[in-house]
Structure formats: C-alpha cells, structure tokens
Design a protein around this ligand. Structure first.
Ligand SMILES: NC(=O)c1ccc[n+]([C@@H]2O[C@H](COP(=O)([O-])OP(=O)(O)OC[C@H]3O[C@@H](n4cnc5c(N)ncnc54)[C@H](OP(=O)(O)O)[C@@H]3O)[C@@H](O)[C@H]2O)c1
Length: 248
C-alpha cells in the first residue's frame, strides 16, 4: 500500500457562481480562512467586485458564462497566472426551476441540464486536467441539493441535474483515488435569489416539516464546505446533507 499523506488544505479555491447567494458566502469564507479565491459568474456584482477590490492580491473575479467552455478555460488560466496554482474547486453555479415538468419547455430543460450538470462536469474536467498535469493534489466540492434525494414538485429537471452531479461525484472520487478529495454538500432550502420564487406559504410548510424548526442559512453551509476544503477529514465520495433534517 502506498503511504498515506494528507492532502494539504486548499490554498487557491475556484468558486463558480460567486456573484451572490451561497457562492458569494463561500468565496468570502474561503478568503477568511486564508485561501486565495477565483470567483466567476455571468455578472460581477458590486458585492463580488468589492471583495476583489479589498483583496487585490488574493481574489480574481471575472464575468464568465459557465456554459462557454472556452471562456471557462481562459478564466482558469488567468486565475492561475494571477494567484498561483489552483487546488480546490467548488461547483456552486446553478439555475433553478419552478415549473411542472409537463409545462417546462424542451429548451428550458436543456438549459437547466446544460448549466447545472454539463457545465460543472466540464469545469471539473478542466480544473483536474490542470491540477494533475502539474502533479497537484486538491479538493472538489459539488453543491447539490436535497432535491436529489427526495421528490419536490416543480423541480424535475433541476433534481435530475443534482442527482446526476452526486452520482458523478462518487465515480470521480473513485477515479481520483484520494489524490483529490471529492464530495457533495446538499443543502435544504435557504433564502436566495434562486429560492425567492417560493411563496411565504411554501416556506412555512417547509419550515414546519423541518425537524430543527428553522430553514438552512448560508452560515450553516460555509463550515461544512470549509471542512471539506481545509481539513484532513478522510471524507471522500460522500454527500453531506445540511437541511435541518427535512429530508429524513
Ligand atoms: N437556494 C436554495 O434553496 C438552494 C437549495 C439547495 C441547493 N441550492 C444550490 O446552491 C447553489 C447556490 O444557489 P443560490 O441559492 O445561492 O442561488 P443564486 O443566488 O441564484 O446564485 C446562483 C449563482 O450561480 C450563478 N450562475 C447561474 N448561471 C450561471 C452561468 N451560466 N454561468 C456562471 N454563473 C452562473 C449566478 O450568477 P449569474 O446569474 O450572474 O451568472 C449566481 O452567482 C446552487 O448550486 C443551488 O442549486 C440552493
């Protein structure tokens, strides 16, 4: 057996969908934990730009569509040129859904699958090719969802992408042998632009069905993603669900 050497904590973290919501919170937290951060989304919001302006040596941001693989490759190249070798990836960018399957157009289903499943697979591939080419070791975290584990009306295509990503995560964990720790974090519903389509009544129902009695917040998620990125946990190929017990 080869001798076990722990994977060092992440030093330079790529966060997709870093412009707002959970992605912005994860980028901010990684920076607080001493990492350099490369964040992108289609829009660089004032909040993301402010993070970059406050930490010019440690943060690289750009407006990139995750579905444009050429632009994504350029972003990874620029980020590594500015910040140094990239050794961690958080696949966070995604689009939501709020329509019954029979009322969702084929085009919209295609967009959801493209953004939430194909794009993170391609980003992960591009990231890992760079990492392995230089003999690096690192971490990958997929942000998935409780929707991959339980049925929720109005989220058929979305749930398919999150389940697909959890499955891909497990296979990738096998492929990477522990040279790259690969895991998913599956949040329950939390307040963000994505979940703003839910009405007060729906949120009340979800809260009532949540054993802890409160909805998830970004602050519940950042320590879990932080643990997977920065600690020597021996957690590999797992889905860590953070949902107040709503899916049990
Ligand atoms: N909110 C919830 O209740 C909930 C529950 C479970 C899981 N999740 C998951 O948690 C993650 C974060 O969600 P959130 O609630 O924070 O959502 P959000 O506020 O809507 O943020 C989504 C992020 O993804 C980016 N994005 C979307 N499409 C993109 C594209 N084509 N290229 C690049 N960036 C793109 C958005 O920026 P631009 O629009 O500017 O591109 C934004 O930065 C997602 O993976 C979501 O599926 C959310």
């Amino acid at each position: 057996m080869p001798e076990y050497t722990p994977i060092p904590p992440a030093s330079c973290v790529v966060v997709s969908g870093a412009s707002r919501g959970l992605g912005l919170a994860l980028a901010t937290d990684a920076l607080k934990r001493g990492a350099r951060v490369a964040g992108f989304a289609r829009t660089v919001t004032p909040e993301l730009q402010a993070l970059a302006d406050a930490h010019p040596d440690d943060v690289h941001v750009a407006a990139v569509d995750a579905n444009d693989s050429g632009a994504v490759a350029g972003f990874l190249r620029d980020a590594a040129d500015r910040l140094g070798p990239l050794d961690a990836l958080v696949n966070n960018a995604a689009v939501g859904q709020d329509s019954l399957h029979v009322h969702t157009s084929p085009e919209r289903i295609g967009e959801i699958v493209q953004t939430n499943l194909t794009a993170p697979l391609l980003l992960t591939r591009a990231f890992l090719r760079r990492l392995t080419a230089r003999g690096g070791r690192g971490r990958v975290v997929m942000v998935t969802s409780v929707c991959a584990q339980r049925g929720y009306a109005g989220l058929v295509a979305y749930s398919a992408t999150k389940g697909g990503l959890d499955s891909a995560m497990r296979a990738l964990a096998r492929e990477m042998h522990g040279r790259v720790l690969v895991n998913s974090v599956a949040p329950g519903f939390f307040a963000s632009e994505m979940s703003s389509v839910l009405g007060g009544e729906q949120l009340e129902t979800i809260t009532r069905r949540t054993p802890t009695g409160r909805l998830v917040e970004a602050d519940d998620l950042t320590p879990i993603v932080g643990m997977l990125l920065f600690e020597d946990t021996n957690i590999h190929g797992q889905v860590l669900t953070v949902d107040g017990g709503s899916s049990i």
